[in-house]
Unconditional design. Structure first.
Ligand code: HEM
Length: 441
């Protein structure tokens, strides 16, 4: 296709029609012709953007780059899987499924987790997004209870589950009241990509473009909301952890304490978010939509794996799991002696009156994240039938119990050494180092 035709086709694409179609019956039932058109357009657009699009002005480029994120998701989901499909062949598979299923690249766009964004800016955007997403979820649940919601209404929670969910969401919202807010996205998805740019566009991306469940089951919609909230909190924690490490390396102890404290605030919130799921979603509902998500597993969640590595280093038992996920294999490059996670930085730090607050702040963050991992392991035990594999291809709960207790401090508050220091395994030559944030954006 000619450049001008590609640009025109992208600009004329009706975003509202796509969102509405995906919402009506679930993304799994999206008209194959529409998905096929989006997938083909992605291929052309990708080629255009990776070439030298010198003829395009800045505004056009911004629109095309945003559209590329959404089109890529459909291109990935259009890939065929299973027998007879050649790995690396034109039909698929096209990367792992968690990223397109959850539309993580679009979410990261709304969070502004770009290479040069400061930790303060990323954290502010994450808080705005968290506040928006909780509000949006609360609205969705309230409309459902009143019988006014128009999508995602299959297999509703019981009145008791809804009541508890509403009260937990209200508590979360109250805790976020002083946080900065996003602009109102408006009552319906706008038709042009351009409307999803800039400050106003951020809430529109969060409201209309990222939450596109495979089915119209209410609880799958909720599951995706929990994933997005966890992603947003994790990015904020990661931004502040990376900054704390940098301050520690340069002796800025006061600033490191502040960064760790802000990270802990988000880590505690992340527990409350997961508790909404744990306390209000039945096992039957979870199993009712699990198949629809196919093999989208948060083991492929790059932000969470990156955070773990900046805190603890690469765990020896994770090498295989990380290396086995094409998009995350670059994380093994952190297995080098120049990289110092928080654990190593603390081990080299002498405990004095000046540094004691750093240890105290790190202990609180470590404890909050440990509590989240323990809660998550409990989910795997509760929601997955015994001996069932995880959707990420691991042995499930036993995989998680292999290292959920690996942490910076032991129960008495003493520093834990790194399990076993490792050398870098041979890494495929196509793997390239990437910046901490939005490695795939
Ligand atoms: C009932 C709900 C859930 C169950 C039963 C569950 C189960 C599992 C299992 C079995 C794994 C191991 C990898 C695999 O083979 O898939 C895993 C990994 C993971 N899950 Fe979940 N999960 C649930 C919800 C969530 C949610 C809502 C999030 C938030 C984003 C999440 C984040 C993660 C992360 C970050 C990992 C990677 C852990 C690691 O490699 O250390 N999970 N989950």
């Amino acid at each position: 296709m000619k450049t001008s035709t590609i640009v025109k086709t992208v600009l004329d694409f009706d975003v509202a029609e796509y969102v509405t179609a995906a919402r009506v019956a679930g993304r799994r039932h999206l008209d194959p012709a529409l998905r096929g058109r989006m997938a083909d357009l992605y291929v052309d657009l990708h080629a255009l953007l990776t070439g030298s699009p010198a003829t395009l002005d800045r505004r056009e480029l911004r629109v095309l780059r945003l559209a590329e994120l959404a089109l890529q998701s459909e291109w990935k989901l259009a890939a065929r899987t299973g027998e007879g499909v050649e790995p690396g062949g034109p039909e698929g598979p096209r990367g792992t499924r968690y990223q397109p299923y959850s539309n993580v690249r679009l979410l990261n766009h709304a969070l502004g987790t770009r290479r040069h964004a400061s930790d303060a800016v990323v954290e502010r955007h994450c808080r705005q997004a968290l506040k928006y997403l909780v509000d949006s979820w609360l609205g969705y649940e309230r409309r459902t209870v009143r019988g006014e919601e128009t999508w995602g209404q299959l297999d509703l929670p019981t009145p008791r589950e809804s009541e508890e969910r509403l009260s937990r969401l209200e508590a979360l919202r109250a805790a976020m009241r002083p946080w900065p807010a996003l602009l109102d996205p408006g009552p319906a998805p706008p038709p042009r990509w351009e409307d999803y740019l800039g400050e106003a566009g951020r809430a529109r991306i969060l409201e209309y473009l990222i939450n596109l469940p495979q089915s119209s089951k209410h609880e799958e919609n909720v599951f995706l909301r929990v994933i997005h909230l966890t992603e947003a909190a994790t990015s904020g924690i990661l931004a502040r952890t990376v900054a704390a490490n940098a301050w520690l390396e340069s002796g800025g102890y006061g600033a490191a304490v502040r960064c760790l404290a802000l990270a802990t605030e988000l880590a505690l919130l992340q527990i409350d978010i997961m508790l909404v799921l744990r306390r209000t979603m039945s096992v039957e509902s979870f199993l009712g939509f699990r198949k629809d998500t196919e093999n989208a597993s948060a083991i492929q969640m790059a932000s969470a794996q990156t955070l773990q590595i900046h805190l603890l280093g690469v765990h020896p038992r994770k090498v295989e799991a990380l290396g086995g996920i094409e998009e995350n294999a670059f994380l093994l490059l952190y297995l080098n002696r120049h990289f110092q996670p928080l654990r190593s930085l603390l081990q080299r730090l002498e405990e004095t009156d000046e540094t004691r607050p750093v240890f105290a702040a790190a202990r609180e963050l470590d404890e909050a994240l440990f509590r989240w991992r323990r809660l998550h392991l409990g989910l795997a035990h509760r929601y997955l039938p015994k001996d069932v594999m995880g959707s990420g291809g691991t042995v499930g709960a036993p995989y998680l119990s292999g290292f959920y207790h690996d942490r910076i401090f032991d129960a008495e508050g003493r520093l834990f050494p790194h399990p076993v220091p490792l050398a870098m395994p041979p890494i495929d030559e196509r793997v390239r180092a990437r910046s901490v944030f939005s490695p795939l954006n």
